[in-house]
Design a protein around this ligand. Structure first.
Ligand code: ADP
Length: 160
């Protein structure tokens, strides 16, 4: 069975990667779908986010990174996939994720959402916190894959 793990991935963190690894063990094929449209202003460009996801997931055989524009349910239909994976870290994620899942099932009743919980040590990781830490020159090795830590360094270097 095939599943799509969609998101902004701005940038992909070790928490996201933990969910990808878990999904890759459960499903035959996992598509990490990088969304072009997001309601938030992004730190990394669409191309950068896709590239960082590709580099970070390269070691997992049954994972493909594919970018998409528009609705995730349309992307899922194009990919012939009926299952979306989302990650749940805490109660605070729940309300938003539930709302998103209900809207998606209203848009396309054939597509279900399943939630995976990360390993405890990744529970606290969030891309927005990681972006703030990067601005303050924190060592990011415990939070993001090496390619992302390098990309932050390059960006910081360019902006100084
Ligand atoms: P979006 O902008 O669509 O919410 P994100 O890229 O922020 O997408 O996150 C994609 C999914 O991964 C969401 O379901 C989010 O709750 C989940 N997620 C984010 N960080 C973590 C983490 N540290 N552990 C597990 N899941 C996470």
């Amino acid at each position: 069975m095939k599943a799509i793990y969609p998101g902004t991935f701005d940038p992909i963190s070790l928490g996201h990667l933990n969910i990808v690894e878990k999904a890759a063990k459960i499903f035959d094929e996992v598509i990490l779908g990088v969304a072009d449209y997001t309601a938030k202003e992004n730190y990394f460009s669409f191309e950068e986010r896709v590239e960082l996801c590709r580099k970070s997931c390269a070691y997992i055989e049954n994972v493909q990174v594919i970018s998409f524009t528009g609705l995730v349910v349309d992307f899922a239909r194009e990919q012939n996939c009926k299952l979306l994976i989302r990650g749940l870290r805490a109660v605070s994620d729940f309300e938003y994720e539930l709302s998103l899942a209900l809207h998606n099932v209203k848009l396309n009743a054939d597509i279900e959402t399943m939630f995976l919980v990360p390993s405890l040590r990744y529970m606290y990781l969030s891309s927005s916190m990681i972006r703030q830490l990067a601005e303050l020159n924190a060592d990011l090795k415990d939070f993001v894959p090496p390619a992302v830590a390098e990309a932050f360094k390059q960006k910081m270097h360019r902006s100084t």
